[in-house]
Design a protein around this ligand. Structure first.
Ligand code: C2O
Ligand code: CU
Ligand code: CU
Length: 562
């Protein structure tokens, strides 16, 4: 097996699409990053709650426009103490975007508009665009398209990476199907989220601020009596890097002879932590139970979260719904794209009247990279717990699901799929998906995943790389069946030969025993998932490390009619 950063040389004829994007970008990329983040205040700004999205009066229709705006993320100029402002993109000019709070069985429609324009002129990209990958390319203005992550959504409304559009829908990508998206909400209660998905630009558009929560509720959830209202807090965790004047910056790939600049990074790790768009915030809580809905919306950073002093995470839900019963965890691992629905009891003796910090210990890249800096990226936020006893009527029942988890028995042969890391024609790391038999594939290579409508399929994901990758499948909530370590040989196309098992099958972790749409596939491990593919049409599956997805660890798949 090749080692990390090893080459699957001339794996595929790497496509070269030179995009004539101007070198003009809205912010000053040449400024140096904030020199010392330790001089930024931590736990000093209150955690923001994203506002609720509201439908047009008397309807279930939402109009949401993406705008550029200036926002305060809690950064201050260390010399003057003055608050710094940051240029951002946001749904409804908000970062995070407004939270959808919808009910199962009540469909909604959303017209996602692109209002990235000023004085009638389309704005250019906020962050520098790579010139050498498959990319949404418009003559004027920034392409965007919104995807509802975790949603059981028709293909025309799924936010296909090639269904992008520019302001006024003036230019549209080849997969563009409609202006008004339809979300059926015909799925159980869960913590979904929406974010941008434009081809080759996802990391930049999400990086600029395009992400928000989409919560589905149902009667089963209502009956549980979980903490709610002020005691239910969505937490979007993202890492970001800033310039000295407070503007966003993405790090360009180190210069490679002949490679176009600016250029994509194999990963993007921010130097500062934001929760709900606030730098290292704090939240004032009462000594009682809270429901925290965690979402890792970062580009590449995994989080291994723990409270200090120690408090257990009582995990009640995975990405797309409730677990059978609560699982008590000391720490919580979240890869990009994953969500965790958690109850935390701040009335415990070691928390009452104290400040409880939420810390992170996940290395970058995960799992064998560098540890986070304990003074910066090792910290997430704090909870200031009140001392005065309050009455808490919330419960955490032993049985959480009112319906059993679906029994998914495969009705088709297992699909053997693989995750690769190679190099592109400029010698830059390039991540790819493909099949075990035929090797690595680019985005535009012929379709290989084509489940039959209604089929239950097991997908075996063989990770031939040295890093963990969060693999996300659109449309479905799948079950995680298990993980098994392997060794094998890669031929020059990336086909995997001579697979040898190094261990027994490891059953899914306690945090994987519910409806999942994003799964961590550890290095040199085969992870098996199983799902029912019950809507016809084209969707995608991809790594949710956004820099991988853009470069181009993403493949289309089609649910075909018989
Ligand atoms: Cu959260 Cu295809 O994405
Ligand atoms: Cu998705
Ligand atoms: Cu990846």
């Amino acid at each position: 097996m090749p080692t990390r950063r090893d080459v699957l040389k001339s794996l595929v004829s790497a496509p070269l699409v030179l995009t004539p994007f101007g070198s003009r970008t809205a912010n000053a990329q040449r400024e140096t990053a904030l020199p010392d983040l330790r001089r930024q205040q931590q736990f000093a700004h209150r955690l923001p709650r994203p506002p609720l999205a509201s439908p047009a009066p008397g309807t279930r229709h939402y109009d949401i426009a993406v705008r550029q705006f200036r926002g305060r993320l809690g950064l201050v100029d260390p010399r003057t103490g003055r608050a710094l402002e940051t240029t951002l993109w946001g749904y409804e000019g908000k970062y995070p975007g407004p939270t959808f709070d919808v009910r199962r069985g009540e469909p909604v429609t959303v017209r996602w508009a692109n209002a990235l324009a000023a004085d009638g002129q389309a704005l250019s990209h906020l962050l520098p665009v790579d010139r050498s990958v498959h990319i949404a390319h418009a003559k004027a203005g920034a392409p965007i398209v919104t995807h509802l992550h975790g949603g059981h959504v028709e293909p025309e409304s799924d936010g296909d990476p090639e269904a992008w559009f520019t302001p006024g829908f003036a230019e549209r990508g080849p997969a563009f199907a409609k202006e008004v998206y339809q979300y059926d909400n015909d799925q159980e209660a869960g913590t979904l989220w929406y974010h941008d998905h434009a081809l080759g630009l996802t990391r930049l558009n999400v990086g600029a601020g395009l992400a928000g929560f989409y919560l589905i509720r149902d009667d089963g959830e209502d009956r549980l009596g979980l903490p709610s209202g002020a005691q239910e807090i969505p937490l979007l965790i993202q890492d970001r890097t800033f310039t000295a004047s407070g503007e966003l910056v993405v790090v360009s790939h180190p210069e490679q002879p002949g490679a176009p600049q600016p250029s994509i990074q194999p990963e993007e790790f921010g130097t500062a932590i934001l929760v709900n768009g606030m730098l290292w915030p704090y939240e004032a809580v009462e000594p009682r139970r809270y429901r925290l809905r965690f979402l890792n919306g970062s580009d590449s950073r995994f989080y291994a979260l723990a409270f200090e002093p120690r408090l257990p995470f009582v995990l009640i839900g995975a990405d797309g719904g409730f677990l059978e019963r609560p699982a008590v965890l000391d720490s919580l691992l979240l890869s990009p794209g994953e969500r965790a629905d958690v109850i935390v009891d701040f009335s415990r003796a070691n928390a009452r009247g104290r400040t409880v910090a939420l810390l992170n210990s996940a290395p970058t890249p995960f799992p064998t990279g560098d540890p986070p800096d304990p003074r910066t990226t090792g910290r997430i936020m704090a909870f200031r717990v009140g001392a005065r006893t309050v009455h808490d009527e919330s419960r955490v029942p032993d049985t959480l699901r009112s319906e059993p988890l679906p029994d998914l028995r495969p009705t088709a042969p297992i699909r053997e799929l693989a995750l690769f890391e190679g190099k592109d024609e400029f010698g830059r790391v390039k991540t790819l998906l493909g099949t075990v038999r035929d090797g690595a594939k680019n985005w535009h290579d012929p379709l290989t995943e084509d489940p039959l409508l209604g089929a239950v399929e097991a997908w075996d994901l063989y990770n031939a790389t040295e890093d963990a990758h969060p693999i996300h499948v659109h449309l479905v909530q799948f079950r995680v069946i298990g993980h098994r370590r392997f060794a094998g040989d890669l031929d020059e196309k990336g086909a995997l030969k001579q697979v040898r098992w190094l261990a027994d099958d490891r059953p899914p972790g306690a945090d994987e025993r519910g409806p999942k749409d994003t799964v961590r596939v550890p290095p040199k491990t085969r992870t098996r998932i199983v799902a029912r593919f019950d809507r016809p049409g084209r969707y995608v599956w991809h790594c949710h490390i956004l820099s991988h997805e853009d470069h181009e660890m993403m493949r289309p798949y089609v649910v075909r009619r018989a």
